[in-house]
Design a binder for this molecule. Structure first.
Ligand code: FES
Length: 156
């Protein structure tokens, strides 16, 4: 009689252990998938339209706001990024980030002084993005840009 009670307890413990392991496995898959999948899928760069080349004056950094939509897990994150388009005399175009390379403030173009200025600590960049004064340690980041049928595209 006592032996049967032990067998039932043993069977019950084994069953509970199997059920607990199954629940933990399912939770692990759900939580792990939610954590890992956005990191794998949400950060894809794409060519984004950035206006017409004819609207940009040669040599003048022209700020363009580009709307960037990214899938972030179950959410769609909409971000607006400002880039400077700089058209050369030959008609080529460069795209510069508007994020200061010192501590990440947003820079703007001072047309009177013909420099790109950072409002935070006085960093100064030339119109082609070179760091020329203040604390920024390097030039503004250059983004990939291309022109197709008179329209500018920037990779963000
Ligand atoms: S963040 Fe631009 S100079 Fe410091």
């Amino acid at each position: 009689m006592r032996e049967h009670a032990f067998d039932r307890r043993g069977w019950l413990r084994a069953t509970i252990g199997v059920i607990a392991t199954a629940i933990a496995s399912v939770l692990g898959l759900v939580v792990g998938g939610a954590v890992v999948s956005p990191g794998l899928a949400g950060r894809r760069e794409a060519w984004r339209p950035a206006g017409r080349l004819s609207d940009i004056a040669p040599g003048v950094p022209t700020p363009i706001t580009i709307r960037v939509t990214r899938q972030d897990g179950y959410y769609e994150a909409v971000d607006q990024q400002v880039v400077f388009l700089v058209k050369s005399q030959s008609g080529g175009v460069r795209a510069l980030s508007s994020t200061c390379t010192h501590l990440g403030c947003h820079v703007s173009y001072d047309a009177d002084k013909k420099v790109i200025k950072c409002p935070c600590h006085g960093g100064t960049f030339s119109p082609d993005g070179r760091n020329i004064a203040g604390p920024p340690p390097r030039p503004l980041a250059e983004l990939s840009a291309r022109v197709e049928a008179g329209r500018v595209f920037v990779q963000l």
